[in-house]
Design a protein around this ligand. Structure first.
Ligand code: SF4
Length: 563
């Protein structure tokens, strides 16, 4: 059944666990053990997490740390556990009113349980149904639409459409399997027989492929930094947390073989014998499909079962996230795999030097890896013909429910935003466009007057926005700018990992200011500068820029926030 999977050898194959065993560190066993302990209990972490840690020979704090940090572990889980999306695209549909409707309907407060302890309700920030929201997961079963509360109450039939998918390139890279029916694993077999690791690295360098998860770092440079040192680990980052983007979800659900093939090619290029796919827990269908694809890939001999042979094929394992936006950042992701709280760590050292359990670790986003088989098959120069001279290739752009034609579109980088928003998406289904959020919470906001720019990082940066994961969420004129501002700060305050005070305190103060509705002037200017300059990771540094771009988009309606 979807969302569930049999307990094959790879179910337990959390690479952190395997590496932990190798390095004699039981902390790698913690994430899965804590998740098992949380399932079906409404008790506070203090009542079960210390015992989990003790069982692994660790102090109570080692269990309490992650159990009180990750949303999945901190919130109660009753027999019926409902997760409701409160992220940006779902907020845009009805101004966030669906949450109150569901609380009333189920008789459960957000992040609590009903009085009998039989139903629990967890707020989550993005389930990847931004094209059809608002959305919820009832257990692992998706529900979407403005009658969400009625669906959860069983009054209207459940609804969860598949992601609408469109290619605009004529020869898709990322959608080559989903739309063009190109089989996976051929390139991998050809590579093993005919290419050396340096051949793969060279083609990726020629292609100009950059990370598609948000940072946009050149893939070839990251691979080179790891230096093919012994013990190198490859992590496919499927912790797609940007509200508004469901590109990785699409690839993991509908073409998981291609994701695994890309990971295998990356492992080969980097001399890594071990790969991990980290999938967010909010994507149960993606988890199930990847587990199935992995089992088939091992059975068909594409991937190894054990790394004790001299076989160049890597051992690949799947790990599950536990509900944290920042834990998608690569150092935080590594901390999570090591059983710690998913907090960002200072860099240097970079993960390519000292990553998972101290070994060189390359973290590539799922969409990035899904491009690799096409590039190796067709050649890097052909990939470089897509896009612009500065930013090559294609990108999956995800459009939110407010558009006439929401869905995932593969476009060449450099495609004018106006073409995407008006021609491909068909404009808004009702009302007039107020603002667009592009690139998730760390991206920025644009107005209808900003659409004559190409979809590139450079052009967006010049407008105070960012490409991020290229999710585009539309807001119509029914949206209250002050409520949207508050939503942005609330997201920031809830998802800040708390590792550094400028962001931990700054996001709370920002939320307080946005909640009181007063016009901030000097105090906010100081706060924004401190966050931008002194935060440890991009999350805290980017929040003021995102707020500034929102304020500029709305003009005098958000006066004072444009600092
Ligand atoms: Fe954590 Fe925010 Fe600091 Fe990043 S900037 S390390 S998210 S507290």
């Amino acid at each position: 059944m979807e969302g569930q999977h049999s307990q094959g050898p790879h179910e337990h194959g959390d690479a952190a666990r395997a590496l932990a065993a190798r390095h004699g560190n039981p902390a790698g066993l913690l994430p899965a053990a804590l998740s098992r302990a949380r399932a079906g209990t409404t008790a506070e972490p203090g009542q079960w997490a210390p015992q989990v840690a003790h069982t692994l020979g660790m102090p109570a704090a080692a269990g309490l740390g992650p159990a009180t940090y990750f949303a999945d572990l901190a919130t109660p889980h009753a027999k019926r556990h409902v997760r409701v999306c409160t992220a940006t695209a779902c907020f845009a549909t009805q101004g966030g009113r669906h949450l109150a409707q569901i609380e009333r309907e189920l008789g459960v407060p957000a992040d609590g349980t009903d009085h009998k302890g039989e139903t629990s309700l967890q707020t989550v920030r993005c389930l990847g149904y931004c094209y059809a929201g608002p959305a919820a997961l009832d257990g692992t079963l998706p529900r979407t639409g403005t009658d969400l509360a009625d669906q959860l109450a069983g009054r209207t039939p459940p609804r969860a459409p598949d992601i609408p998918v469109t290619d605009t390139t004529g020869d898709p890279v990322l959608l080559s399997g989903i739309l063009a029916g190109r089989p996976a694993w051929d390139t991998w077999q050809h590579t093993l027989a005919h290419l050396r690791p340096e051949d793969v690295r060279r083609e990726i360098a020629v292609s100009g492929l950059r990370g598609r998860g948000g940072a946009g770092f050149p893939v070839a440079a990251k691979w080179a930094a790891a230096g093919a040192r012994p013990g190198t680990v490859l992590v496919a980052n499927g912790d797609e947390g940007d509200p508004g983007s469901y590109a990785d979800k699409l690839l993991m659900e509908q073409d998981p073989d291609r994701v695994l093939e890309g990971l295998a090619l990356a492992c080969y290029a980097c001399g890594a014998r071990r790969g991990i796919v980290l999938v967010r827990s909010e994507y149960p269908r993606a988890l199930a499909r990847l587990h199935q694809a992995l089992a088939h890939a091992v059975a068909d001999g594409h991937l190894a079962d054990t790394d004790d042979t001299g076989d160049p094929k890597p051992v690949v394992e799947i790990a599950q996230g536990a509900g944290s936006y920042v834990a998608g950042e690569e150092t935080a992701l590594i901390a999570r795999l090591e059983g710690a709280r998913g907090c960002a760590r200072p860099r240097p050292p970079y993960p390519t030097d000292r990553g998972l359990w101290g070994t060189p670790t390359v973290v590539n986003n799922v969409e990035t890896l899904a491009s690799v088989p096409w590039i190796i098959h067709h050649g890097g120069d052909r990939y470089a013909r897509y896009g612009t001279s500065q930013e090559s290739g294609t990108k999956l752009v995800c459009l939110s429910e407010r558009f006439v034609r929401p869905g995932a579109f593969e476009v060449a980088l450099g495609t004018p935003l106006r073409r995407i928003v008006t021609e491909l998406a068909g404009g808004l289904k009702s009302g007039n466009l107020a603002v667009l959020q592009i690139g998730g919470p760390l991206g920025g906001f644009l107005t209808g007057d900003d659409l004559d720019i190409p979809l590139t990082s450079q052009a967006l940066a010049a407008r105070g926005a960012a490409l991020g994961h290229a999710g585009i969420v539309a807001f119509d004129t029914d949206t209250d700018p002050a409520e949207l501002l508050r939503h942005i700060w609330e997201f920031a305050a809830q998802e800040s990992c708390g590792a550094c005070s400028p962001c931990r305190i700054g996001t709370r103060q920002g939320l307080e200011l946005a909640t009181t509705g007063t016009t901030p002037r000097q105090p906010y200017e100081r706060l924004a500068r401190l966050m931008s300059e002194a935060s440890l990771c991009a999350f805290g540094r980017r929040v003021p820029a995102a707020v500034r771009s929102l304020a500029r988009a709305y003009g005098k309606e958000l006066a004072g926030w444009d600092r």
